[in-house]
Design a protein around this ligand. Sequence first.
Ligand code: CU
Length: 132
Amino acid sequence: MTTRARTASIIAAGALFLAVPACGSSGDDGGSATTTTAAKAKQTGNAESAPSTGTKIVIKNFDFAPKTLEAKAGAVTVENEDGTNHSVTADDGAFDTGKFASGTKQIDVTKPGTYTYHCAVHAFMTGTIVVK
Ligand SMILES: [Cu+2]
């Protein structure tokens, strides 16, 4: 009984230990993620991966397009074409569309800078807004 209980708590502790670093690395790993994207763009020559100027982000097929948006300070429109809940949530909390499944939302990017964001539903969905 005691051995069993101890084993269970060791497994629980192990699961916790595994969960925490996985979370942390995806959060503050922005530098290498950028490198990966750049490397991929170079490799495939895919123009879609290159920074794109505009005021709109489209969510489609569980991805953001463009991955890096260069925008002037002001409003950015986010359109969800997936029919599934997604969000554009700034990693630093500067903006957040909230979860929505279709239609458009607007976010305000007022200060120049580079903002990394993610989807609050799907942590693997990430993008960047560069405000000039
Ligand atoms: Cu999502």
